[in-house]
Write a new protein. Structure first.
Length: 140
């Protein structure tokens, strides 16, 4: 009888612990897609808060990776999400044509976009290592 009581107590504790989500946000990049051709250089990303609390003032960095690397005017776009509730997602668009410049070869050598949610780790999250995503741009 004593063993049965211990087993029931152990199961109750396990279920209680597993069902409690930490009260912190957890930001992930669900996907990154492109509208990328001669006229358009747009990255479209979905950011999701899979944590147990709202995230506010979420900085999102779209970083264009080039080869050769520009000496100036590195193609980067930063956006801020004012608020992202737990369990919610938001779609962001970054138009890289707005940062096209002779110094970055008019984006000719941009071959990949790296996306980081909360790049400076300003938000305390459940997992600080799942905020990034990268994908190669379509070849032109």
């Amino acid at each position: 009888m004593k063993n049965l009581a211990l087993l029931i107590l152990s199961l109750w504790i396990a279920v209680t612990v597993l069902s409690c989500k930490p009260k912190k946000p957890d930001l992930i990049v669900k996907h990154l897609e492109f509208v990328w051709d001669e006229e358009n250089k747009i990255a479209v990303a979905e950011i999701t808060n899979i944590g147990g609390a709202e995230a506010t003032n979420v900085e999102v960095l779209f970083h264009g990776v080039e080869e050769p690397v520009s000496k100036s005017n590195v193609p980067q776009i930063t956006q801020t999400i004012p608020s992202l509730a737990k369990g919610k997602s938001i779609t962001l668009k970054a138009d890289f044509s707005t940062v096209s410049h002779p110094a970055n070869y008019q984006l000719k050598y941009l071959y990949k976009v790296t996306l980081l949610a909360d790049p400076s780790d300003a938000i305390v999250e459940i997992d600080e290592n799942n905020n990034g995503f990268e994908k190669e741009t379509p070849l032109l």
